[in-house]
Design a protein around this ligand. Structure first.
Ligand code: FPP
Length: 251
């Protein structure tokens, strides 16, 4: 990130020290369905409008100097939604990739995915893998999409790998510690989120990044995801800057 520019911008815009900008923000993008219902529209229209918010928040991260943004785009539980809605979301994901791939290259932003990628339609898997590969060397920020993601499934998948290593005699179960579990999660190189934002007012974690959010600050806003824009994101950053993180220590 451009530190000089981002410091200046921050002082103007949100009046917090650059040191208080979260390095990693994770977002539960909730409220698309309600947004659509409020307008008498099908749910998929809410998701379409939500894709615009994704674009705005990626831009807001660049401007504020947030290095990592992780978006909960589709959970393992979402597969039980009506088929039309799932199809609509998958189409939207493909369109989103096509439409914004150039911006990723132009702004040197890496794309990553966490989740059970193998559950997605093969065409989308291929597209995702291609864009992930082609953006892998970029250093101006990382956008991670959580797709067919579940926090519990992620831990299950890590435990399976560890158990397999133990079975093969490559690992002594007594050597398993927190660091080893972290290093077997989907994206071990990405730091834990500092700030978790949830839109549309629900006070739930919904199986998102269960292991990684141990010390994240949580910010819930009533704004529905399709209405969430840069100003709303900056309000979350301001609130984060006011929080005093103790990580289990005393004042
Ligand atoms: C939750 O709202 C939202 C989702 C399950 C999907 C999020 C997807 C997008 C914002 C689409 C675009 C994203 C990308 C990366 C292309 P909800 O449907 O549960 O809303 P409700 O609680 O009001 O029903």
């Amino acid at each position: 990130m451009n530190i000089h520019w981002f410091g200046r911008r921050l002082r103007q815009q949100i009046m917090v020290e650059p040191a208080k900008v979260p390095r990693h923000v994770a977002v539960i993008m909730d409220g698309n369905g309600r947004w659509a219902r409020n307008r008498g529209l099908p749910r998929v229209k809410g998701h379409e409008a939500g894709a615009e918010s994704v674009r705005a928040v990626v831009q807001a991260c660049r401007e504020a100097g947030v290095e990592y943004l992780t978006l909960y785009a589709f959970s393992v539980e979402n597969w039980i939604r009506p088929r039309d809605e799932i199809r609509g979301l998958m189409t939207l994901l493909r369109l989103f990739l096509n439409k914004h791939e150039d911006e990723l290259h132009k702004n040197k932003i890496r794309l990553r995915v966490v989740g059970r990628l193998g559950d997605l339609p093969t065409g989308i898997q291929k597209e995702l893998k291609r864009v992930i590969k082609e953006t892998s060397d970029y250093g101006n920020g990382t956008v991670t999409l959580a797709l067919s993601y579940g926090g519990r499934s992620e831990i299950v998948d890590a435990v399976r790998i560890l158990a397999d290593k133990a079975r093969k005699g490559e690992l002594n179960p007594e050597d398993i510690d927190e660091e080893m579990i972290s290093s077997h999660l989907y994206a071990p190189d990405i730091p834990d989120p500092d700030l978790m934002i949830r839109t549309s007012g629900e006070m739930r974690i919904s199986n998102f990044l269960l292991w990684q959010i141990s010390y994240a600050e949580i910010y819930v806003t009533d704004v529905l995801w399709p209405d969430f824009r840069e100003e709303d994101f900056n309000n979350a950053l301001k609130e984060f800057a006011r929080r005093h993180r103790r990580f289990g220590n005393v004042e």
